[in-house]
Design a protein around this ligand. Structure first.
Ligand SMILES: C[S@@+](CC[C@H](N)C(=O)[O-])C[C@H]1O[C@@H](n2cnc3c(N)ncnc32)[C@H](O)[C@@H]1O
Length: 362
């Protein structure tokens, strides 16, 4: 939904006149129950310095909220993102986690943000872990997420009109296309190609792949740790390609090599490395690379440093990723012997939100 068609009633609820009335209600009756560092402040005795910072956070959020009526939703959302960025850059990580983030969640704007289906899904983690495939479906604006969007309040849909349109979400949609293009490229280069998707989620890229639908992929093994996601992927074995098969496999299974898989022309992982520390990322890369045939390709993606949306994601979505530089993404290949690599390439999406590392096996 665009801002021009967006209804205003829900957003008016946070107009400044009501902020003082709403604040105690939000704080005492509807505590947000997500994960991460939010509880730290609840058990700590706040210092005068912390209370001052908390009050400053509430003040700047009040100013953002006032923009809803004064300048419209678009201006409000941009200002909120900038305000959160300014707050984040002005404090250290510990203060951000223990003072600023809890303060944003105690402010009445948080209740409005939680009406957004994307923000709420991320914050409440319905499958018990962050970044599930249902969240990606909301970002993809996939048909299967339509009911969730339509079931939201008008205010929530208005906020979703902004949260789903930020560059980071556009980059995730581009990533899906990029994966489909890679599947098609490898299928054309290597007829009957065998492919492995790691942490495949709902494998939505399968819907965009021409070669999969044409039956030009010999074998496609879709793996994820979440059986609920694999149930969704199973449907594609009937509707997209009978080459698709699912296996419930976690990163740990790949590290310990307990899977019996081998001989792939393409192995890829998107939306996974952002959760793995450097050591595990390098170890997994080596293990996945070893599953390739000579000339086979490994493609992995990771969010880049400097994302404007990061403070919103941490504060309101409780979504914490490991953001990296090009050098850090290239370092994923650090455990692979150079003689085994025929070529290495690195590229980014248009908005420089996601970095991709592609390795070809010698
Ligand atoms: C953000 S989603 C990405 C899904 C899909 N690759 C995409 O790009 O749409 C992350 C996926 O990683 C899976 N995942 C998370 N931790 C994992 C682990 N340790 N082993 C295997 N899969 C994992 C989740 O179950 C989820 O489906």
């Amino acid at each position: 939904m665009s801002s021009t068609t967006a209804p205003r009633d829900g957003l008016r609820r946070v107009k400044s006149a009501k902020i003082k009335q709403l604040a105690p209600r939000v704080f005492s009756e509807t505590p947000l129950t997500g994960h991460g560092p939010r509880n730290t402040l609840e058990i700590a005795v706040p210092s005068a310095e912390h209370l001052h910072l908390q009050s400053q956070v509430h003040q700047v959020l009040n100013q953002s909220a006032e923009l809803i009526q004064a300048k419209g939703h678009s201006e409000f959302f941009r200002n909120l993102g900038d305000t959160l960025s300014t707050l984040k850059s002005g404090v250290d990580q510990e203060t951000w986690n223990t003072v600023v983030v809890p303060a944003t969640r105690e402010h009445p704007l948080a209740a409005l943000m939680q009406e957004c289906p994307l923000t709420k899904h991320s914050f409440t983690r319905p499958r018990g872990y962050p970044g599930d495939a249902g969240l990606l479906d909301l970002i993809y604006r996939h048909d299967s997420a339509q009911a969730q969007v339509e079931g939201s309040t008008e205010a929530g849909r208005t906020v979703f009109g902004f949260t789903a349109e930020v560059s980071a979400c556009e980059a995730v949609r581009q990533r899906r296309k990029c994966l489909a293009q890679k599947i098609d490229q490898v299928a054309r280069e290597r007829p009957g190609a065998e492919m492995l998707a790691v942490a495949c989620g709902h494998l939505r890229e399968a819907e965009l792949s021409r070669e999969l639908k044409l039956g030009h992929v010999g074998r496609f093994v879709a793996t994820d740790q979440d059986p609920a996601s694999l149930d969704v992927v199973e449907i594609y074995a009937g509707s997209v390609s009978s080459a698709i098969e699912t296996r419930k496999l976690s990163v740990r299974d790949f590290i310990t090599a307990k899977h019996g898989l081998n001989g792939f022309d393409l192995v890829y992982a998107a939306g996974l490395y952002d959760y793995l520390d450097d050591r595990l990322a390098a170890r997994l890369t080596r293990k996945l690379f070893s599953l390739l045939k000579p000339g086979g390709r490994l493609l992995v993606a990771n969010f880049l440093n400097g994302i404007w949306e990061l403070p919103y994601m941490e504060a309101y979505m409780d979504w914490h990723l490991l953001y990296r530089s090009e050098a850090q993404i290239r370092a994923f290949a650090g455990e692979i012997s150079e003689v085994d690599i025929a070529s290495t390439s690195y590229f980014e999406d248009d908005a420089a939100c996601v970095g991709y590392l592609e390795l070809v096996r010698a």
